[in-house]
Ligand binder design. Structure first.
Ligand code: GCV
Length: 715
C-alpha cells in the first residue's frame, strides 16, 4: 500500500520534473507556477469561442483549448454563442460581433497574416478579442496570446497589433530521401519517407504547431543537393500527405527541383531551359504536382553550384533557368527561389566575389515569380561574415535571405551558440544602397524597392532526436529564426527571454543568467573559432573543429589556407583595391569604412586586410597578441558559462540540466582544441611567444594535425 502510494506520488509530483526531454519545445503549457498570477488568469478565462469552420481555425481552437487547460490547470469550455466567453477569436469579416468590437481601421495594419489582440468591454464584461483578416492570422494571434501567458505577462488590458513584414518565412530542410540530413546534427530526417503516406507520424503535427507558433508559413522538404525522385508520383503522394497536415497550420510545402530532372526522370536527352520539350516537361510536371498538392508553394533550386547541374551546362544563364521553371509554376500561383550560392573553382577570382559577378548583371531579367535566395554572407555561413554584397545591388530583383540555423560551422549540436545576434547583425547592416538606412532587412522585406514579393529562409537544424535539434539550446535558434522572420526588428535579448521562459522557467534568476550567457555565446564562439575576421578554417569537408593547416582539398577555395593566407610576413585576405578588390562590390560609403585599415573594425580585419604579425590594433596590441588573447577569452567565456549553468541546477529539471552540463563540458574541450590548434599553427609563422594569460597547449601541433573524423555527422 505504502509502495503504491509512493509510486503514485512520484508520478504525480516528480515525474513531470524528471520527464522533460525537450520534445515539447517552447509549447510546454505547464501550469502557471506563480499562484497569484494563476488566480488572475483563472478568473479572467473560463470559456472561449473561436469562430469559423476551416481546418486552420480548428487548429487555432484546439491549440487554445490545449494551451489554456495546461497553463490554467483547469478545463476551459467552449461557449456556444458569440460574446458569452472571455476569449473571442475569429476573422473580422465573418464575425458580426468582432466587427462591432474592433473598428475596421484597426484591421488594416494586420494585412493577410497579422492580427489584433484587444481587451474590450462587452455586456459589462471584459472580453479578450483575437481578430484577423484571414484564418492564419487567427492562428498566429492565438499562439501570441498563449505566449503571453507562458511568459507570465499581464493580460488585463491588451492592445496588440502584429503583422509580418516578410511574406515567405520558410525553413529549408537539407534532408535526403534516405533520411540522412546534410549538415544535420540532430539525428535522421523527420520525414519518414518509407512509411509515408500510409503512416503519418504525430510528430508532423507537432512540427507544424511549433512552426506556426513562430509564424513560419512554408517548408522546403528536400535538400538543395536535389534528387529528381522526389518529383515521381510515388513520392508526390508522400509529399501530399505532409502538405495535408501542414496546411492546417498555414504552412505551404515547397520542393527542391533538380535541374537535370527532365533527363534523369523524364528520359529526355537534354535539360536545356530553352528547349521546348524541356519546357513542356516542366509544365506538365508542375501540373502534376499541383494535382497532388493544390497549394504547392514552388521550387527551390541550387544550380551550377558544387556539382549540381544547371542552365550553364547548356550555356544558358541563371535567369534562363529560373524563368523556365517560373513559367511552369506561374499558372498555379507558384514561385521559384533560385539560389545565388555559386562559385567556381575554375575561375581564378576570389570566391567572395563570384556570386555577385554572376548575378548582378542578371538584375531585372527574372520573371515576377522568381526570388533570388542569397546567403547572409559571401562565403558560407561563417561564425562572422560581412553581409553579402548582392544585398542592395540588385534593385530590380526581389532577394530573399538564407540563414543557416543548423550549426555547420558553429560547433554542430555540441556548442551552445545563440544565433539571433548573428541574424540581427546581418539584418541590421546598412547596404547604403539608397542612402543611409538601407538595411539588409529592408532589402529582403521588399520595402526598399517596393517589391511585391519578399522572403527569408533558414536551413533547419531539425532531426528525429527526441528534443528535435540535438542541443537543448539549439531550439532557441529555430525559435529566433521564426520570430525574426516575423519581425526583423525584434531585439535578440527579448527573443531569448521569451524562449527561456517558455522552454525552461519564468524564474527571474534563471531567466536573467541564462539570457546573459546566451546573448554572449555567439561572440564568444567567434573568439575561440575565428577571431579578428578569420574565416573558413574548419576541418575540410565535415567542417568539424579547427584545421587551418589544410591545403590539399579537391579545390583551392575549400582549403583554409586560401582564406587566412598566413605566412611569415603576416595574415589575412587583402580584399582592398590592392588585393582582390572584393570591397568594390559594396556601396562607396561602406567600402570606405572597410578599405581604410585604420577604420576597419577589428572583427572584420582579416576578412579585408592582410597585415603583418606586428601590426598594432587600436587597442595597442599587435595582431599576434590580439589573436592569442581573443582565443583565450573565448575559452574563458565558455568556462564562465559552465559556472553560471552549474549554479542554475535548482531552477530546472534534472534531465535537461545534466544534458546541458555535459554538452558544456564538450564545448569547453572543443574551445580549448580550437585555441590550441590555431595558435600553435599560426605561431609557426608569427614565431612569437604567447602573451601572459594565454594558457600553454597541452598537446603538440602534430597531435592536432593527426586528428581524423571519418564519421563526423552531417556530411
Ligand atoms: C547543401 C556548403 C555546405 C554544403 C551545402 C552548400 C549549399 O557548401 O557545406 O553542404 O550543400 O553549402 O549551401 O548549397
Amino acid at each position: 500500500m505504502k509502495k503504491t502510494l509512493c509510486t503514485l506520488l512520484f508520478f504525480v509530483l516528480l515525474y513531470p520534473l524528471l520527464a522533460e526531454d525537450g520534445y515539447r519545445l517552447w509549447l510546454r503549457y505547464e501550469k502557471i507556477d506563480n499562484n497569484s498570477l494563476l488566480q488572475t488568469y483563472r478568473a479572467a478565462i473560463n470559456s472561449i469561442q473561436v469562430t469559423g469552420n476551416s481546418a486552420v481555425i480548428a487548429s487555432a481552437r484546439q491549440e487554445l483549448l490545449t494551451g489554456l487547460q495546461g497553463l490554467l490547470g483547469k478545463s476551459v469550455t467552449q461557449s456556444p454563442s458569440p460574446g458569452t466567453g472571455n476569449i473571442l477569436a475569429g476573422t473580422w469579416q465573418q464575425n458580426a460581433l468582432l466587427r462591432t468590437l474592433i473598428p475596421a481601421d484597426h484591421m488594416k495594419a494586420t494585412g493577410k497574416e497579422g492580427f489584433v489582440i484587444r481587451t474590450v468591454r462587452y455586456q459589462q464584461k471584459r472580453v479578450i478579442v483575437i481578430a484577423a483578416n484571414e484564418d492564419a492570422g487567427v492562428l498566429y494571434g492565438v499562439f501570441n496570446f498563449l505566449r503571453l501567458l507562458q511568459t507570465q505577462q499581464p493580460i488585463s488590458n491588451l492592445s496588440i497589433t502584429s503583422a509580418p513584414t516578410i511574406q515567405l518565412r520558410l525553413l529549408n530542410h537539407w534532408d535526403n530521401l534516405d533520411r540522412t540530413v546534410e549538415r544535420g546534427y540532430a539525428g535522421f530526417s523527420i520525414w519518414d519517407w518509407h512509411r509515408l503516406p500510409g503512416y503519418t507520424d504525430p510528430r508532423y503535427t507537432d512540427y507544424a504547431r511549433a512552426n506556426a507558433s513562430i509564424g513560419i508559413n512554408g517548408t522546403v522538404l528536400t535538400n538543395v543537393n536535389a534528387n529528381a525522385r522526389i518529383l515521381s508520383p510515388e513520392y508526390l503522394e508522400k509529399v501530399a500527405a505532409l502538405a495535408h497536415i501542414f496546411r492546417r497550420y498555414g504552412i505551404k510545402v515547397y520542393l527542391t527541383a533538380r535541374f537535370s530532372a527532365p533527363v534523369e526522370a523524364g528520359g529526355l536527352k537534354t535539360a536545356d531551359p530553352l528547349d521546348p520539350t524541356v519546357q513542356a516537361w516542366w509544365k506538365e510536371k508542375a501540373t502534376e504536382i499541383y494535382r497532388y498538392v493544390p497549394d504547392f508553394g514552388g521550387f527551390l533550386v541550387k544550380a551550377n553550384s558544387e556539382g549540381q547541374p544547371g542552365p550553364q551546362n547548356y550555356h544558358r544563364t541563371h535567369a534562363d533557368g529560373a524563368n523556365m521553371l517560373a513559367d511552369a509554376v506561374a499558372p498555379h500561383g507558384g514561385i521559384v527561389m533560385w539560389r545565388a550560392f555559386v562559385y567556381s573553382n575554375e575561375k581564378p577570382d576570389d570566391r567572395f566575389k563570384q556570386a555577385y559577378n554572376e548575378f548582378k548583371p542578371l538584375d531585372g531579367q527574372f520573371r515576377k515569380n522568381v526570388v533570388v535566395q542569397v546567403k547572409n554572407g559571401p562565403i558560407d555561413f561563417q561564425p562572422r561574415e560581412p553581409f553579402h554584397p548582392l544585398f542592395g545591388a540588385m534593385p530590380a530583383t526581389p532577394l530573399m535571405m538564407e540563414f543557416q540555423i543548423t550549426q555547420e560551422y558553429l560547433g554542430f549540436a555540441t556548442n551552445l551558440v545563440y544565433l539571433a545576434p548573428l541574424f540581427k547583425e546581418c539584418l541590421d547592416s546598412d547596404t547604403y544602397a539608397k542612402g543611409k538606412g538601407s538595411t539588409v532587412a529592408k532589402v529582403i522585406d521588399g520595402s526598399l524597392e517596393d517589391h511585391p514579393i519578399s522572403g527569408i529562409a533558414g536551413v533547419a537544424n531539425i532531426g528525429n532526436d527526441i528534443n528535435w535539434c540535438g542541443h537543448p539550446f539549439a531550439a532557441a535558434n529555430w525559435y529566433a529564426f521564426g520570430r525574426l522572420a516575423w519581425n526583423p526588428q525584434l531585439p535578440s535579448d527579448e527573443i531569448a527571454n521569451e524562449w527561456i521562459r517558455q522552454t525552461f522557467s519564468n524564474n527571474a534568476t534563471f531567466v536573467q543568467s541564462t539570457s546573459r550567457f546566451m546573448m554572449a555565446s555567439r561572440e564568444n564562439t567567434v573568439r575561440y573559432m575565428t577571431p579578428l575576421g578569420l574565416h573558413h578554417i574548419m576541418g575540410n569537408s565535415h567542417h568539424y573543429g579547427p584545421a587551418p593547416w589544410t591545403n590539399k582539398a579537391q579545390r583551392a577555395d575549400w582549403d583554409p589556407i586560401y582564406y587566412h593566407r598566413a605566412d611569415s610576413t603576416g595574415i589575412g585576405f587583402d580584399r582592398t583595391a590592392a588585393g582582390s578588390n572584393a570591397l568594390a562590390q559594396y556601396s562607396p560609403d561602406l567600402r570606405r569604412q572597410y578599405e581604410n585599415l585604420k577604420d576597419c573594425p577589428d572583427n572584420y580585419l582579416l576578412w579585408f586586410h592582410r597585415v603583418p604579425w606586428t601590426y598594432r590594433l587600436s587597442s595597442g596590441k599587435t595582431v599576434w597578441e590580439a589573436l592569442c588573447t581573443e582565443y583565450q577569452a573565448g575559452v574563458s567565456a565558455v568556462r564562465d558559462m559552465q559556472k553560471t549553468w552549474n549554479g542554475l541546477k535548482p531552477y530546472i529539471d534534472a534531465a535537461r540540466f545534466e544534458e546541458v552540463q555535459q554538452l558544456m563540458a564538450v564545448q569547453e574541450k572543443e574551445a580549448v582544441w580550437w585555441r590550441n590548434a590555431c595558435l600553435l599553427y599560426f605561431q609557426t609563422y608569427s614565431r612569437m611567444p604567447f602573451p601572459a594569460g594565454v594558457e600553454q597547449p597541452d598537446q603538440t601541433l602534430e597531435y592536432y594535425k593527426s586528428l581524423r573524423f571519418p564519421y563526423a555527422p552531417g556530411i
